[in-house]
Design a protein around this ligand. Structure first.
Ligand code: SF4
Length: 255
């Protein structure tokens, strides 16, 4: 049961910095097992992958958090004190904070990251969205309530050795389905066989697998989802839509 918490500023006060893209909410978590829950989002800059770089359309929908060839990251993701991030987050009333990116786990060894998680815990549950390439260190593991792990498939363009890190995937799989779930973005039924291989290889429990349709428009999300639904059911996986694409199709930030 997730309960709302009083708006508060958090207890971290020392003011280390992290590259911050945006803090927004309240909105709805649009993807995965917590779809529809009210949430605040904290989006950090930086990523260790480059999904779809150079492709059209671009696979990554938050390219402004990491692609220095196209964006001025000092402007898009300025170094921001954790106190300021927590103050902003604390003004948003929601039971869940979704910490996302970019790839937020690239910062997990920084004292600022621990400060941020510690402060966000004062506001309610902390959920981290990750590409699953970096196993959680002890602090991150203990301070995060839930990980949504989204391993990237061949369709994202990065080589397998870069996007699939066995030690990290095994670490997250060991936490599934209690503390971690796996969310795969799939465009065609054929791509589900690639998911099947990963699920088998890393012994990911089927109840921890969520298939999400690819798509940047409501029409594309719905059409893709319909094409996948039966095959998802047959395999015993779960599924999720992309709620924010259906509700706010014209708004690609702050939703
Ligand atoms: S891992 Fe996520 S944020 Fe990083 S490039 Fe891929 S889609 Fe974008």
């Amino acid at each position: 049961m997730i309960t709302d918490t009083p708006v508060a500023a958090g207890r971290a006060r020392r003011g280390q910095t992290l590259p911050l893209s945006e803090v927004f909410g309240p909105t709805f978590q649009g993807e995965g097992p917590f779809t529809g829950y009210r949430a605040r989002f904290v989006r950090l800059g930086g990523c260790n992958l480059s999904c779809g770089a150079g492709a059209a359309p671009m696979v990554c929908d938050t390219e402004y958090t990491w692609n220095s060839a196209k964006f001025d990251l000092a402007v898009e993701c300025p170094e921001t004190r954790t106190t300021a991030i927590l103050e902003h987050a604390g003004r948003i009333s929601a039971p869940i904070t979704v910490l996302t990116g970019g790839e937020p786990m690239t910062h997990q060894r920084k004292p600022a990251f621990t400060e941020l998680l510690t402060g966000l815990r004062d506001l309610g549950q902390v959920h981290v969205e990750t590409n699953g390439t970096i196993p959680p260190a002890a602090d991150a593991h203990d301070l995060v309530d839930h990980f949504t792990v989204s391993p990237k498939l061949t369709n994202t363009g990065d080589p397998a050795g870069k996007r699939l890190k066995p030690r990290a995937l095994a670490a997250f799989a060991a936490e599934a389905p209690g503390k971690a779930v796996f969310k795969f973005v799939v465009a065609t039924p054929d791509e589900l066989t690639e998911v099947d291989r990963l699920v088998d290889e890393y012994s990911i429990p089927h109840p921890a697998v969520w298939i999400m349709p690819e798509g940047r428009t409501a029409a594309r999300v719905l059409a893709c989802h319909r094409s996948l639904a039966d095959a998802i059911l047959t395999r015993g996986y779960n599924t999720t839509t992309r709620l924010h694409m259906l509700l706010w199709p014209e708004e690609d930030r702050g939703r």
